[in-house]
Write a protein that binds this ligand. Structure first.
Ligand SMILES: *[C@@H]1O[C@H](CO)[C@@H](O)[C@H](O)[C@H]1NC(C)=O
Ligand SMILES: *[C@@H]1O[C@H](CO)[C@@H](O)[C@H](O)[C@H]1NC(C)=O
Ligand SMILES: *[C@@H]1O[C@H](CO)[C@@H](O)[C@H](O)[C@H]1NC(C)=O
Ligand SMILES: *[C@@H]1O[C@H](CO)[C@@H](O)[C@H](O)[C@H]1NC(C)=O
Ligand SMILES: *[C@@H]1O[C@H](CO)[C@@H](O)[C@H](O)[C@H]1NC(C)=O
Ligand SMILES: *[C@@H]1O[C@H](CO)[C@@H](O)[C@H](O)[C@H]1NC(C)=O
Ligand SMILES: *[C@@H]1O[C@H](CO)[C@@H](O)[C@H](O)[C@H]1NC(C)=O
Ligand SMILES: *[C@@H]1O[C@H](CO)[C@@H](O)[C@H](O)[C@H]1NC(C)=O
Ligand SMILES: *[C@@H]1O[C@H](CO)[C@@H](O)[C@H](O)[C@H]1NC(C)=O
Length: 621
């Protein structure tokens, strides 16, 4: 027999007599908490959910007049672009070419090369926060908002109360929501774009003394659908030429030095050109949870570089059409090309699972591919290329959590197959580049004698002592990276949403209806979306994007990196999107309810003629 725990009910009865605010108190003394657990939203779906309200102080139990629940879709966009005609000062060679002593002792020059040029970044850095040069703008768009009263007539909160509700959605595709990472720059910000969106549940608590507070009660997401017609399986081929990967801040002198030495010793027009021919067996429209199978074959011209290996990885790319459009139409035509995008951050538990490919036998798969991606959201495969086998066959697991491609108001999400190609050049060219960059003998990482002469058996034994080498594969030269170039190419993919027989309209198509929150099922007329855009006060946007306390100077940056005072005194400016998708995900709490009911941990009882649905914990013997 299950035993019902009644302790909270007894406690509630004991304090019931004192459960109201005395005349000199008011509701600011009361702490109220709100939670929502609910199913995800989707086109033409009725999603069930429950709101829970808890009042912490017994004397506040009767001080709530009513509680309404609001659900809204918020979108955020932010941009920093160059004003029309604005010119950023060039970084000049510094008059003082003496390196500061503290940086030499910090080992900043890694080995003691002394012919490093010192630049004066002052004017360039100051330009980054000059309002005469930059335009900043941030705004929040509430696409729709729906609200219903769930508790009314001064209910008694001696114990937490739970109330069911439903959200009915029309046949419209609203954007999927996912976790975004804002790049918290410790330094100055150049061209910049950021966007986010979130579906927020907000409990609107009305106290008996007339005070109203909004409490964040959780977030949810929307699962857009794709028409069945897109789920085809026609093979897809794509030819693309590899280009060299360029890091951020390619216009800064310190990052330019390497390529110029390289250009002299390894002229671009004498290098080989590499073209990838990618075949995807079942097309480029992919369903989440199903593998992506294909082959990448590399065609190379005869030149000074030789292909070494290739990797393919599934990645989501986020574009910022709103910011790019604003910038390019307001006088910053280079904005998109110079935007330094920050792709996803990796996270995952430590396990041998991501290394499973290392243990694959050669006969399992002729291309002896391996993967070392910790983050299963971005699966990848990698394999060596030779003249005899200039291709890689791959099968990438596409995570069930992959974000369907979708264009929202401020951003668009697309998926790509990213190809990374490593190519090798000669020792002579490598020595020439080292010389051109003024590196001395300590900086030129000579390949040790044993690496040049070692046989396959000892290289294979060495391979067992390296994490990323497949069992039975010879180790690669430790110093090969010194003679490598890295190229990238991409193949467009379309990640499909849940396949639906009935087409849903895109939410930005004019005249679309919006979801509605209800106490109980009813025939409803969906209200039209009425977006409201609120611009952030310029002073707040400026404080976030026009910071004055950083530098692009690698010397100073190195100092700042070690300055812990600096680390803790920054980010005073509030971030309007910081609360997006923070707190509880309503879908996770809903699943906990479903699972606990399945396991008999939670049973539902209905109190007071079906008015307040209550859950009690039941301890099973
Ligand atoms: C409620 O009480 C606080 C102090 O406890 C006071 O600061 C506040 O002004 C009062 N508000 C109202 C509406 O009386
Ligand atoms: C309510 O707050 C006021 C001021 O913060 C305090 O003086 C008063 O004692 C509080 N009342 C209760 C019941 O805690
Ligand atoms: C300029 O030279 C002095 C030595 O005369 C040195 O201490 C200082 O660090 C140098 N400043 C810069 C910015 O390099
Ligand atoms: C809550 O209070 C506000 C303002 O006091 C009022 O406009 C609103 O109708 C109230 N909501 C409910 C559900 O009573
Ligand atoms: C890709 O290139 C190969 C070899 O050059 C060619 O046979 C094929 O037709 C090309 N495919 C496409 C889609 O252009
Ligand atoms: C590639 O070019 C080199 C000279 O750069 C030449 O010696 C060699 O024969 C060429 N190979 C082919 C296959 O054309
Ligand atoms: C993404 O997929 C949708 C269909 O789901 C399609 O309408 C849209 O054009 C695609 N966008 C891109 C950029 O491929
Ligand atoms: C602007 O920033 C100030 C603090 O710097 C903050 O108190 C205020 O709420 C912000 N305004 C908006 C609309 O975010
Ligand atoms: C460290 O940072 C703080 C705060 O930005 C600054 O006041 C201080 O001068 C810095 N110290 C050094 C050594 O750069």
């Amino acid at each position: 027999m299950p035993k019902i725990i009644l302790a909270t009910i007894f406690l509630a009865a004991a304090v019931a007599a004192s459960g109201s605010l005395s005349h000199h108190d008011n509701s600011s003394n009361c702490t109220v908490q709100a939670w929502v657990r609910a199913e995800d939203l989707a086109p033409e779906r009725v999603s069930h959910g429950e709101l829970r309200i808890k009042v912490l102080q017994a004397h506040c139990a009767n001080s709530i007049a009513s509680v309404a629940l609001r659900l809204q879709l918020n979108e955020f966009g932010e941009v920093k672009h160059l004003r029309e005609g604005a010119v950023i000062p060039e970084i000049q060679k510094s008059d003082n070419q003496t390196l500061p002593d503290d940086l030499i002792s910090m080992g900043f020059w890694g080995g003691g090369s002394t012919n490093e040029v010192v630049y004066d970044y002052g004017p360039y850095d100051r330009a980054m926060s000059d309002p005469a040069l930059w335009v900043v703008k941030a705004e929040e768009r509430t696409a729709w908002s729906t609200e219903t009263t769930l508790f009314e007539n001064n209910p008694s909160f001696f114990r937490p109360l739970v109330k069911p509700f439903i959200v009915a959605s029309p046949a419209v595709n609203y954007p999927p929501s996912f976790t975004n990472y804002r790049h918290n720059s410790f330094d100055l910000i150049q061209r910049h774009a950021y966007s986010d969106l979130g579906y927020h549940y907000i409990a609107v608590v009305n106290f008996t003394d007339g005070r109203t507070v909004d409490l964040r009660a959780g977030y949810t997401t929307f699962l857009p659908t794709s028409p069945k017609a897109l789920a085809t399986t026609t093979p897809f081929t794509w030819n693309t030429t590899f280009s060299e990967t360029e890091g951020c801040h390619k216009d800064l002198p310190q990052t330019q030095k390497m390529p110029s030495g390289r250009e002299r010793c390894l002229p671009a027009d004498l290098r080989s050109v590499f073209i990838a021919e990618v075949t995807l067996e079942d097309g480029n429209a992919i369903q989440r949870g199903k593998p992506l199978k294909g082959r990448v074959a590399i065609h190379a011209t005869n030149g000074s570089t030789k292909m070494s290996d290739v990797s393919v990885s599934f990645t989501n790319t986020k574009h910022q059409p709103w910011a790019v459009d604003r910038a390019t139409t307001s006088g910053d035509p280079d904005f998109d090309g110079l935007l330094c995008q920050w792709s996803g951050m990796s996270s995952g538990i430590i396990s041998v699972d991501p290394f499973s490919i290392v243990f694959k036998k050669k006969d399992d798969d002729d291309s002896s591919v391996w993967s070392y991606d910790y983050d299963s959201r971005y699966p990848s495969r990698r394999g060596p290329l030779t003249a005899a086998k200039p291709y890689l066959d791959f099968e990438l697991p596409i995570p069930t959590t992959a974000v369907p491609n979708f264009s929202s108001y401020y951003s668009s999400i697309e998926a790509v197959l990213e190809l990374s190609l490593s190519v090798i050049y000669s020792r002579d060219a490598a020595d020439c580049i080292s010389g051109a960059n003024g590196l001395n003998k300590y900086d030129t990482f000579e390949e040790p004698e044993d690496e040049r002469t070692a046989d396959d058996v000892s290289k294979t034994e060495d391979g067992l002592w390296e994490s990323y080498i497949a069992v039975g594969e010879p180790i690669q030269s430790q110093m090969l990276w010194r003679r490598m170039l890295h190229f990238k190419a991409t193949v467009p993919l379309v990640v499909l949403g849940d396949i639906s027989e009935r087409p849903a309209q895109h939410y930005l198509t004019p005249g679309q209806p919006s979801p509605i929150i209800l106490v109980s099922p009813a025939d409803v007329v969906f209200p039209p979306v009425r977006p409201v855009i609120t611009e952030e006060p310029l002073v707040n946007t400026s404080e976030r994007l026009m910071r004055t306390d950083g530098t692009f100077d690698p010397i100073q940056s190195h100092r700042n990196f070690w300055n812990h005072t600096r680390l803790f005194t920054q980010d005073k400016a509030p971030d309007p999107a910081a609360h997006y998708n923070r707190g509880n995900y309503a879908g996770l709490l809903w699943k906990k309810k479903v699972v606990s009911e399945e396991r008999g941990i939670l049973s539902t009882i209905v109190q007071g003629e079906g008015k307040d649905s209550q859950h009690r914990f039941v301890v099973t013997p």
